[in-house]
Design a protein around this ligand. Structure first.
Ligand code: G3P
Ligand code: CA
Length: 266
């Protein structure tokens, strides 16, 4: 309409289902990936750690207590650290009942099972290396697994995979070992530090509380490790008003437990 104020037309931000569509299905399970697909969400975020016997598994907390029935199944194994259990033991745990009886029977997936599901659904992966200080050598192991599964080639490595972490050393290692893999730093470095991050990262992924238009502009002013402007994917945005605010600030992506709400709002 003639009276409308001029505004910048931007693409809507990419929506990423945080731990899968975790408002509706148990976080970091295959069910949460399938729920995200049902909602039309093309990207899923997950958290990768390692079992005692060296299997890469998808779970957020460094202990099994909150999201499984481990304390009932293994009452004498406090403090129930992920890294103190074998995969055979972890496979026995119910990773869905905590969210409600209708989710009973969900399992903690291996990274291999997880990416194989994404191959079937066609969804893309924002993979978080969680607490890498607990898992020496996890970076090359994750990269080897992704390589075996075909995720370090062609369209998958170019457009369908980003590896993120709060840990800069871990991201530098990924970048050194496999420069083609895109990386995202979780946090909000000061603008004066961004140049340093741009040497190995493609995304700066801040908590939504720190997102302003000025900050997003200062990130976009740098070219990332693959020669394109550094992107901003912010987390964890679960309501429409915040989604509109960060979209207005110009973020490239929004990570959300309820990606349908964010997609509708932006
Ligand atoms: O994807 C960003 C977000 O997942 C980082 O925090 O604790 O949910 O892993 P957290
Ligand atoms: Ca995460």
């Amino acid at each position: 309409p003639a009276h409308a104020a001029p505004r910048t037309v931007r693409d809507a931000p990419t929506v990423v289902a945080h731990r899968g569509a975790s408002a509706y299905a148990p976080e970091n399970t295959l069910a949460a990936v399938l729920k995200a697909r049902e909602l039309g969400t093309e990207w899923v975020e997950n958290d990768v750690q390692r079992t005692k016997d060296g299997k890469l598994v998808v779970i957020h907390d460094t202990t099994l207590s909150r999201t499984t029935d481990v304390e009932e199944v293994f009452p004498d194994r406090a403090p129930w650290n992920v890294r103190d259990f074998t995969y055979r033991e972890i496979r026995r745990l119910d990773a869905g009942s905590w969210l409600g009886a209708s989710h009973a029977g969900a399992r903690i997936p291996t990274l291999e099972q997880y990416v194989e599901l994404l191959d079937r659904t066609g969804q893309n992966l924002l993979l978080e290396i969680k607490a890498p200080h607990l898992y020496p050598g996890i970076e090359p192991q994750i990269l080897a697994e992704l390589e075996d599964e075909g995720w370090l080639r062609g369209d998958r490595v170019r457009n369908r995979l980003v590896v993120q972490s709060f840990d800069t050393a871990s991201l530098r290692t990924v970048h050194l070992l496999r420069p083609r893999v895109k990386t995202g730093f979780l946090g909000s470095p000061s603008p004066s530090a961004l140049k340093e991050y741009a040497a190995f990262a493609d995304q700066i992924n801040p908590n939504h509380s720190t997102v302003t238009e000025d900050y997003v502009d200062s990130v976009h002013a740098f070219k990332g490790a693959h020669g394109k402007p550094l992107e901003v994917f912010t987390w964890t945005v679960n309501d429409a008003a915040t989604a509109r605010r960060v979209a207005g600030a110009g973020v490239d992506g929004i990570i959300s437990n309820n990606p349908d709400v964010v997609a509708d709002a932006t």
